[in-house]
Design a protein around this ligand. Sequence first.
Ligand SMILES: *[C@@H]1O[C@H](CO)[C@@H](O)[C@H](O)[C@H]1NC(C)=O
Ligand SMILES: *[C@@H]1O[C@H](CO)[C@@H](O)[C@H](O)[C@H]1NC(C)=O
Ligand SMILES: *[C@@H]1O[C@H](CO)[C@@H](O)[C@H](O)[C@H]1NC(C)=O
Ligand SMILES: *[C@@H]1O[C@H](CO)[C@@H](O)[C@H](O)[C@H]1NC(C)=O
Ligand SMILES: *[C@@H]1O[C@H](CO)[C@@H](O)[C@H](O)[C@H]1NC(C)=O
Length: 269
Amino acid sequence: MKQRTLFSILCFVLISFGAASVSAQTCTKDKGTFRSNSNYDVNRRLILSSLPSNVTAQEGLYYNGSIGQEPNRVYAVGMCIPGSTSEDCSDCIKKASDEFLKNCPNQTEAYSWPGDPTLCYVRYSNTSFSGSADLDPRSLLTNTEDINSNLTEFTTIWEGLMARMTGTVSTAKSTPSSSDNHYTADSAALTPIRNIYALMQCTPDLSSRDCKNCLRQSANDYQSCCGQRQGGVVMRPSCFLRWDLYTYSNAFDDITVASPPPEPLVTVP
Ligand SMILES: *[C@@H]1O[C@H](CO)[C@@H](O)[C@H](O)[C@H]1NC(C)=O
Ligand SMILES: *[C@@H]1O[C@H](CO)[C@@H](O)[C@H](O)[C@H]1NC(C)=O
Ligand SMILES: *[C@@H]1O[C@H](CO)[C@@H](O)[C@H](O)[C@H]1NC(C)=O
Ligand SMILES: *[C@@H]1O[C@H](CO)[C@@H](O)[C@H](O)[C@H]1NC(C)=O
Ligand SMILES: *[C@@H]1O[C@H](CO)[C@@H](O)[C@H](O)[C@H]1NC(C)=O
C-alpha cells in the first residue's frame, strides 16, 4: 500500500511536468493478454488508428465502435471534452492511442485519461462495455504538496464543491452519444486569490445513477487517502475526477469563480 502511494505521487509529479501521460494509462491486468501479430493485435491497431478521425467526425465528440469478429473483435471508445477543437481532440486521442501500443503492448483491455491538458479519453476491450459502469481498475494520483491553509476550512469548501458537482454531472444533459452528457468543470474560491478547479466526467453512455455513484466513490477514495494534498486525479474506466489549484484544462477558460471571496475586499487608502 505504501509503495503504491509512493508510486502514485511520483506519477503525478511527472504528469505535472508534462512528461508522463504514461501514468494516465491503465492496462487492465486481469483481462488477459494477446499474442503479438494475432488477429486481435491487428484489429486493435486498426481501430485505435482510426479513432482520432472517428471521434472528431462526431458532433458530440464521442465515438464508440468495434472491428472484427469474435473472439478477435475489438471494441473501442474515444471522446473529448465539450468545446475542444478538432485538432486538439485528434492530437490527444492519437497520443493516447499510440501510447497504448507502447505501455500496454499485449493487454486485452486498457483505458486512458491523459493529463495536462485534461482533454480526452480512450478505452478498448474484447468485450462490449457500452452502458456498463466499470469502477475497476482504479488509478489515483496526488500532488506531493500539502494544503498550507486551514485544513478544516479547506475540506468544507472542497466537499461542498464535490457535492455540487456530482449533482450537476450526473444529471443527464444531452444524448448518450455526446461527451457533454455527463461532464462538468467548476471552481470555488479558497481564499480571495486562490481557487480550487475541479473537473468531472463520466462516459456519456452511463445512467445518471451509475455516474453519480462512480464519482462519489472517487471523491470519497480521494478524501480518505489524500484529503490534505494540493491536488489529485482519480481515474476509473467509467469516470474521471481531477482537482487542482491551477487551471489544467481549457475547460476553465470561461469560468468565473463560483462563490464570492469569504472576506470583503478593502480599499487601500
Ligand atoms: C476476452 O479475453 C479474455 C481474456 O483473454 C477471455 O477470457 C474472454 O473470453 C474474452 N472475451 C471474448 C468475448 O472473446
Ligand atoms: C505479454 O508481454 C509480456 C511482457 O513483455 C510477456 O512476458 C508475455 O509473455 C506476453 N504475453 C503474450 C501472450 O505474448
Ligand atoms: C471510422 O473510421 C474508419 C476508418 O477511417 C471508417 O472506415 C469508418 O467509416 C469510420 N466510422 C464512422 C462511424 O465514422
Ligand atoms: C455504441 O453505443 C450505442 C448506444 O449507447 C450502443 O447501442 C451500441 O451497442 C454501442 N456500440 C458498440 C460497438 O459498443
Ligand atoms: C480552522 O478553521 C476552523 C473553522 O473556521 C477554526 O475553528 C479553527 O480554529 C481553525 N484552525 C486553525 C489552526 O486556525
